[in-house]
Write a protein that binds this ligand. Structure first.
Ligand SMILES: [Zn+2]
Length: 373
């Protein structure tokens, strides 16, 4: 960062921040950045290219003697992945005042609190009762990231202009039947809880497929099951599972579970089973600013690159920044859509295009004095 001409500090949330001053006194900064942490056994590009892109943009501006009107800030957000503390987006939450005391008290397996960990990297957790950056204090935010999915590569489109980030809702569902001998209990006499689980899995798959439109993105997954007694010679007595639904439409997240459970109620009851469900977590979708999304699309078009308006199915630091500043994201394809694995890969040419569009977007943002709501 220093070699690129940036002045560097660590903020109260443990974020590494580099800054180039702008020409207009008192102007709010244009911010870019992402994260340099990764998951265990993860790849080399998720997050990291977004930080390196910011540094490279600063380098380019400095090399060409270009001073923006606004200050330009590059942020390496602390711990975007859930890490040892089970809290994701630690730095970006802290920046906008959404890292709660309960989160700061979370402990790692070694017994260290998140608060202590933030202090150990130079942050000041005692100051995190309020936002480090309040609404209006950042002019705009843009993040370059790999897609972490297969769409851009499959469609052979080099640039994604991200419209919104999905919200996530998870339900704990327990289906209860009765354990019986698998040899002596005729089919008509069974209360097979796993059969009930399969009814729910089929139904949620069909429902999520049906809810997708050109603009509504909906995915639903049952990725966790505990079957009791889980024995090859017993009819399953109960199944506990996590049902996850992700969507960029909050209306979908609000009603999804109630509708699904009502839909399958009769079929579950007909098998002699009961279903208990409770909502265990609910994060709302984040909307990016239409003007920023459009400007990213324009920047791509002017370079002769095809771009696609698309939602993100994964969470990102930009979701939190969007709460205080007009924000947007640039996606580039990654090999086979793979991420969070060592096979994660991109081509230099793909990165070059993404970086060019991000730089051009920063230059366009610099011409905007203020955004309409
Ligand atoms: Zn990431």
């Amino acid at each position: 960062m220093q070699q690129a001409g940036l002045t560097v500090h660590v903020d109260a949330g443990g974020n590494l921040v580099g800054r180039l001053e702008g020409a207009t006194p008192g102007a709010a900064p244009i911010m870019t950045g992402s994260h340099t942490d990764t998951v265990f056994d993860g790849g080399r590009y998720d997050g990291i290219i977004g930080v390196l892109a910011g540094i490279e943009i600063a380098h380019t501006l400095t090399e060409h003697g270009v001073q923006l009107q606004h200050p330009f800030e590059v942020v390496d957000f602390l711990s975007e992945e859930p890490s040892d503390f089970g809290v994701s987006c630690v730095g970006s939450r802290a920046m906008v005042g959404l890292l709660s005391p309960e989160m700061l008290a979370q402990k790692s397996p070694a017994g260290q609190t998140l608060s202590e960990a933030i202090e150990s990297v130079g942050g000041r957790p005692k100051e995190l009762g309020r936002a480090i950056r309040g609404p209006g204090s950042v002019h705009s935010f843009i993040e370059l990231h790999i897609e972490q999915g297969p769409v851009l590569e499959r469609e052979q489109i080099p640039i994604g202009a991200v419209t919104d980030l999905v919200g996530i809702r998870r339900y704990r569902v327990v289906i209860t039947g009765q354990a019986d001998h698998s040899g002596t209990t005729p089919m008509d006499y069974r209360k097979d809880a796993l059969l009930g689980a399969s009814i729910l899995i089929q139904a949620t798959n069909a429902k999520a497929r049906a809810l997708n439109t050109d603009t509504a993105y909906v995915v639903s997954t049952v990725g966790y099951l505990t079957v009791l007694p889980n024995s090859s010679n017993a009819v399953p007595a109960s199944v506990e599972m996590m049902l996850e639904v992700r969507s960029n439409r909050n209306s979908v997240l609000e009603s999804y579970g109630d509708e699904l459970f009502a839909q399958i109620h009769a079929e579950i009851a007909a098998e002699g089973l009961t279903l208990d469900a409770s909502s265990v977590s609910y994060g709302e979708p984040a909307l990016f600013h239409p003007a920023v999304v459009e400007l990213i699309g324009d920047a791509a078009t002017e370079r002769g690159y095809v771009s696609l308006r698309m939602p993100s199915g994964a969470g990102h630091d930009a979701a939190y920044l969007s709460k205080i500043a007009p924000s947007g994201m640039v996606f580039i394809p990654c090999l086979n859509g793979r991420s969070h694995c060592p096979e994660e890969s991109i081509e230099p040419e793909q990165l070059k295009k993404g970086l060019q569009v991000t730089l051009d977007s920063v230059l366009k943002l610099d011409t905007i004095a203020g955004f309409a709501e």
